[in-house]
Design a protein around this ligand. Structure first.
Ligand SMILES: [Zn+2]
Length: 449
């Protein structure tokens, strides 16, 4: 009879056996069972359980799929972002290769920008055809589109991006401009004096300018009572503002990026040149130390990549005049191996890493019923990491269409070897097999946080 019962059991879609699962408070060697896109069980699977596919993860770690809350596709393509640059397909291939299963795309690096419901729909139509991991979009919020804000929220934006400096040139949209006494002033003075070498970039946006921008932003958040995330935190001074706001109970979150944790301005000046130019600039050893401290004690909530792809040609001009190069570096294919390497060196523990790259993003953005943790009922989003494998990051093996010199040649230990989105394997041993259009929009509606 028992045998008949087993035969009558329908097969589940996916069984991952013997991996070391990083759960909320423990690492457990057990099985992960996924059916219909959802995690249905965590625990030793019943003998005889049939699965359409079984993966042996013995010796490897299993993390919840990473969620990048800060990426820039170049979609929709337009005058300033010609076709051939990063699109949702190359972006999400890079994500799958790097262990990311959800991406939140920023609003003003495509044309039209996501500052109207129409702009939102146009971008969503494109992502529905091309994205192979899940995604959501920010809306842009500024004086130019006040009448669109509520409709954008209803349409399903995951949050709003508010600028503390001038929106990049050429965008047909007026953003909030605050902190104009900060970096713009420094920038104009340097240019007027002809100081355009590599070292000048840091001085165009010194630590004080970030401090001013963050204090202004936190002041606004305080007056309206909303949740706010400080994007790409890079300085000790900025971090101290975040700490103070948290201490008085404000809902202030902060993200930093692997490049601020692992590089300093010296790397730009001595080695990377314009390939190390992003906004804000790389900082000092002291800032870096403080960022690690903030990440480890929870003052910094998220690790995001600020994946900002740019073709090589737009970087090269920066060797002679750093202000002519585009600002931004890719990060989707390097962030997890870099952070796993940091974990192997004892600079961050694995629970904190998973919190910062998956769990906290899901909680803060109201999608934790679906994403961010290995638990029954959640989407079957996970990444298998071989914690012992060592490799060298190479620009020429990456899926991003960006120049990626920033971490080219860097040795890492701890490599994502399989990524699954809702139970579907989208990357295995570096081969991205996910189908364009498989990715779905992630709606936060319906969850209180
Ligand atoms: Zn950005």
């Amino acid at each position: 009879m028992q045998r008949l019962w087993i035969q009558a059991m329908p097969a589940v879609d996916l069984l991952v056996k013997n991996g070391r699962l990083i759960l909320k408070e423990q690492i457990q060697q057990t099985d992960l069972v996924i059916d219909d896109g959802k995690i249905v069980e965590i625990g030793h699977s019943k003998p005889g359980l049939r699965a359409d596919r079984t993966i042996d993860a013995e010796g490897n770690l299993i993390l919840p799929g990473c969620i990048d809350i800060h990426v820039h596709s170049r979609e929709p393509h337009g005058v300033h972002t010609a076709a051939g640059q990063e699109d949702f397909q190359s972006l999400s291939q890079a994500a799958a290769a790097g262990g990311y299963t959800s991406l939140f795309d920023m609003p003003v690096t495509g044309e039209p920008p996501t500052t109207t419901v129409e702009g939102f729909r146009i971008k969503k139509d494109i992502a529905e055809k091309r994205c192979l991991v899940d995604y959501a979009f920010y809306g842009g919020a500024g004086f130019g589109n006040l009448e669109e804000i509520e409709a954008l929220a209803d349409a399903g934006v995951i949050g709003f991006k508010i600028f503390t400096r001038e929106v990049p040139q050429g965008k047909d949209w007026r953003g909030v401009v605050v902190g104009e006494g900060g970096s713009e002033m420094f920038l104009e003075r340097l240019k007027a004096r002809g100081e355009v070498n590599l070292a000048a970039y840091y001085r165009s946006a010194p630590n004080a300018s970030e401090f001013l921008e963050i204090s202004r932003s936190i002041g606004f958040a305080r007056s309206v009572g909303g949740k706010i995330n400080i994007a790409h935190l890079s300085t000790a001074e900025g971090l101290s503002m975040v700490r103070e706001a948290k201490a008085v109970g404000m809902r202030v979150y902060a993200e930093t990026c692997p490049h601020y944790l692992l590089l300093t301005n010296r790397d730009l000046v001595e080695r990377l040149g314009p390939y190390g130019k992003m906004y804000p600039p790389l900082r000092s050893d002291h800032d870096q130390e403080e960022l690690w401290r903030g990440l480890n004690d929870g003052a910094i909530d998220f690790i995001a990549t600020d994946h900002a792809p740019h073709p090589k040609e737009t970087k090269e001009s920066g060797w002679d005049n750093i202000f002519e190069a585009t600002a931004g570096v890719p990060g989707l294919e390097t962030a997890l191996p870099l952070m796993m390497t940091a974990a192997s060196e004892g600079r961050i523990n694995l629970f904190r890493l998973v919190e910062a790259m998956a769990e906290r993003p899901a909680e803060a953005f109201g999608i934790s019923r679906l994403k961010g943790a290995l638990k029954a009922g959640c989407d079957g989003d996970f990444v298998i990491v071989d914690p012992k494998r060592e490799t060298t990051l190479r620009e020429n093996t990456m899926f991003t269409r960006s120049s990626a010199k920033v971490f080219d040649g860097r040795r890492v230990r701890g490599v994502p070897i399989l990524t699954a989105v809702r139970g579907e394997v989208v990357m295995e041993e570096g081969d991205v097999s996910g189908k364009p259009g498989y990715g779905k929009y992630v709606f936060a509606k319906g969850e209180k946080s």
